[in-house]
Ligand binder design. Structure first.
Ligand SMILES: [Zn+2]
Length: 112
């Protein structure tokens, strides 16, 4: 190594990004960043010909499935605002807003 690598402090400090972490994708329903587990949800159920997928929290997807039938989901399609006008969904989103991105309600036990 003949080249002297002078360390400059200050104006052009570029972080050496070797491993760039992908930016967190926001959840389709609640808008929070997704956690370690991203669920790719079909807004229009696969059985109804839906091909688009959106990133979601597991808990958010479960909430949708619990509150809507396939037909209702198909009708709302990619328009999440339609779903958010439903009071139970609105309530859930407001409630989950302060939770950790990896928060799941008793679905799986968190273990390290
Ligand atoms: Zn979510």
């Amino acid at each position: 190594m003949a080249r002297k690598h002078a360390k400059r402090g200050g104006w052009m400090d570029e972080p050496e990004a070797e491993e760039e972490a992908p930016p967190p994708v926001p959840c389709w329903l609640c808008g929070r960043p997704t956690g370690t587990t991203i669920v790719w949800h079909h807004p229009v159920p696969k059985s109804r010909g839906g091909r688009d997928v959106v990133p979601m929290h597991g808990i958010c997807q479960q909430t949708l499935i619990a509150n809507f039938t396939n037909s209702e989901l198909q009708r709302a399609g990619l328009d999440v605002d339609v779903l958010l006008t439903h009071p139970p969904i609105r309530k859930f989103v407001d409630w989950v807003a302060n939770k950790d991105p990896d928060f799941t309600a008793s679905v799986t036990r968190k273990g390290r």
